[in-house]
Design a protein around this ligand. Structure first.
Ligand code: NAD
Length: 355
């Protein structure tokens, strides 16, 4: 089983090192091959997604990804910015289905910004379409001012676009996921305003006919953003487009206490996947040894389950994470009174010990 390990930038290198520690402790035959991506790859090779990194990712059974980005690259032309690496990997590998579970671990109920009764037992699955929508729409660009009043560009535009097959395939993923859970799907759109959303809603209704055992309801994205903080436990499987999913999944992750706890999987039609924490490269805390590695360690567990057919090993990791939380070990982002504050590396070591 060959795994491409792409730590990236900022805390990416710190958290991936801990996930690698955990994977190496399982006693499985795993071939881990590292490569540069994001700002680190730009520095070394002049491009955030060099050909060699892409080739490795394409040939691997799964990809373990940290995070990319740093504010110091904000002035670069967009195609060379670190974030283009993750968009490129999604596009080249056809990773259209993003799974983001938002689970509130009972030991962390106090770390949420919401009242305990609102989030205790929370278990939502957000399924975000990942290769369409406004992030990949054409045309995009900036119009240069012609009236002489503006020194540079004065208008930018991006095109929001979805096709029926793109919506159909993510709809099937969502309905099938719901069949394994509560049998409920909430589709989130903005069909009262956007044509892409009206198509989204029509296709969801069409595909739902193939799944009579799953109940489908629809919600506008502004209402969904509100309901997620008002009564999050009402949701089970949420399916939405790329832009809305980006925002709502970060909102949902915060409900659980910290974005540092939440794993994600991005899968293509063949089950090949890229596994990464839901958060970014956190330049504000990079190099301090305080980042929470659990989202990445739990992403490695998702990788074992979804792409490597090692469900038992995945369960071992998840149980070990539960154990360290029960022991009261906390990185600063999830710390509360009476717990033991630990560093990134100490948290990784504790998970290995628990294994
Ligand atoms: P971020 O997720 O990096 O950080 C948001 C906040 O959460 C920060 O305060 C950070 O310290 C905290 N945080 C994040 N992960 C944490 C962890 N594991 N433990 C403890 N605290 C954690 O988002 P941002 O600040 O908006 O973006 C920073 C950079 O990351 C940008 O360059 C952005 O483009 C990039 N980014 C990359 C990805 C990706 O690689 N998939 C995703 C999102 C953002």
């Amino acid at each position: 089983m060959k795994i491409a390990v792409l730590p990236g930038d900022g805390i990416g290198t710190e958290i991936v090192a801990e996930a690698v520690k955990v994977l190496s402790a399982l006693g499985l035959q795993l071939e881990l091959e590292h490569a540069l991506v994001g700002g680190a790859a730009y520095e070394a090779h002049g491009h955030p997604l060099p050909e060699s990194t892409l080739t490795l990712a394409q040939s691997a059974d799964a990809i373990l990804f940290g995070a990319v980005g740093d504010w110091k690259y904000d002035a670069l032309e967009r195609s060379l910015r670190p974030e283009q690496a993750i968009l490129g990997l999604r596009k080249h590998l056809g990773l259209f289905a993003n799974f983001r579970p938002a689970i509130c671990h009972e030991q962390l109920v106090g770390a949420s910004s919401l009242k305990p009764e609102l989030i205790a037992g929370l278990d939502i699955l957000i399924i975000r379409e990942l290769t369409g929508d406004i992030y990949f729409g054409q045309p995009r660009g900036r119009r240069v001012a012609t009236d002489g009043h503006f020194p540079g560009s004065d208008e930018g535009f991006d095109t929001m676009r979805y096709s029926r097959p793109e919506i159909e395939r993510i709809a099937h993923v969502a309905f099938q996921a719901a069949q394994k859970r509560s049998g409920r799907v909430t589709s989130v759109d903005k069909a009262n305003v956007l044509e892409t959303s009206q198509l989204w809603r029509d296709v969801m209704i069409d595909v739902a006919r193939h799944y009579p055992d799953v109940a489908l309801d629809h919600m506008y994205v502004d209402n969904a953003a509100m309901q997620l903080v008002r009564a999050p436990k009402k949701f089970d499987v949420v399916v939405t487009g790329n832009l809305f999913g980006d925002i709502l999944s970060d909102e949902a992750s915060m409900l659980t206490g910290s974005i540092g706890m939440l794993p994600s999987a991005s899968l293509n039609a063949n089950g090949q996947g890229l596994y990464e924490p839901s958060h970014g490269s956190a330049p504000d805390i990079a190099g301090k040894g305080i980042a929470n590695p659990l989202a990445t360690i739990l992403s490695a567990a998702m990788m074992l389950r979804f792409s490597l057919n090692q469900a038992q090993a995945a369960e071992r990791i998840e149980a070990a994470v539960k154990k360290v939380l029960t022991q009261g070990l906390r990185t600063p982002d999830i710390y509360s009174d009476g717990c033991t504050r630990v560093s990134t590396a100490q948290m990784g070591d504790a998970v290995v010990h628990a294994l």
